[in-house]
Ligand binder design. Structure first.
Ligand code: DX5
Ligand code: ZN
Length: 225
């Protein structure tokens, strides 16, 4: 577990709690924190930008209270700037916003930073042309390429986003990171790694398994193999 994933260039695995059992969330987070997770991915959904509603600042704050891990809030919401203060207050370390919901992604990235968020990510759906994020590239710390249509965990990895990963990676500075989210498991992770991805979000391939430590170890073995 790390409190600063930017301090290292090694590949990292970020469990998404979306597939955890929310009736025992504390224990679930503890299992992945102790079980080899590098940091945590928090999938926030508003039922508007995506056809599902997950959780908001309350669950992020609860996660903050029980984990020292770096927390990346993936905001699948229509108004990221409006809700940034609430997520900063909840103690997340990064906010990742969708380029599809903003007109001027560079301005939004700067505004989220001005509102007190230390690390900014920009993300794009599989159908969104990669050129949309170029204007913001100087103002973000990481780029998240979606490898499923966001809204639900447990979907199938879309290999057609791999060229997008390669295009982004070519333009990143050494202090920026490339992340992927959706359908990552022991079978797909090498495809993403070979396309230049640094950080791998995993929900179902960890939380759907009874032994989370073993699940993370199996994925990491493929990643490092
Ligand atoms: C998709 C979310 C993902 C999702 C990943 O809407 O942004 O983070 O939970 O789930 P898996 O790893 O099961 O594809
Ligand atoms: Zn996500």
């Amino acid at each position: 577990m790390t409190s600063d994933p930017f301090a290292d260039t090694k590949p990292m695995i970020a469990p998404s709690i979306l597939s955890a059992d929310f009736a025992k969330l504390g224990g679930e987070i503890d299992q992945v924190d102790r079980g080899g997770a590098d940091f945590l991915h928090l999938d926030v959904m508003d039922g508007h930008f995506v056809p599902n509603i997950s959780f908001g600042p309350v669950v992020c704050a609860a996660t903050r209270r029980i984990s020292k891990a770096f927390l990346d809030a993936h905001l699948m919401i229509s108004e990221p700037v409006r809700y940034t203060p609430a997520f900063v207050k909840a103690g997340v370390d990064a906010i990742t916003f969708h380029v599809e919901v903003v007109d001027d992604p560079a301005a939004v990235a700067q505004e989220i930073r001005r509102l007190g968020c230390k690390h900014i990510g920009i993300t794009l759906n599989p159908a969104t042309p990669v050129e949309r994020i170029w204007p913001a590239l100087d103002y973000v710390d990481h780029v998240l390429v979606m490898s499923v249509v966001p809204g639900f965990s447990g979907q199938k990895f879309m290999p057609e986003v791999l060229p997008k990963c390669e295009a982004v990676k070519k333009r990143l500075r050494s202090n920026q990171r490339l992340e992927i989210d959706g359908g990552i498991n022991a079978e797909t992770i090498r495809l993403a790694r070979d396309a230049g991805v640094d950080w791998f979000v995993v929900a179902s391939a960890i939380f759907d398994k009874p032994d989370r430590k073993a699940a993370i170890a199996a994925i990491r073995e493929k990643l490092n193999g």
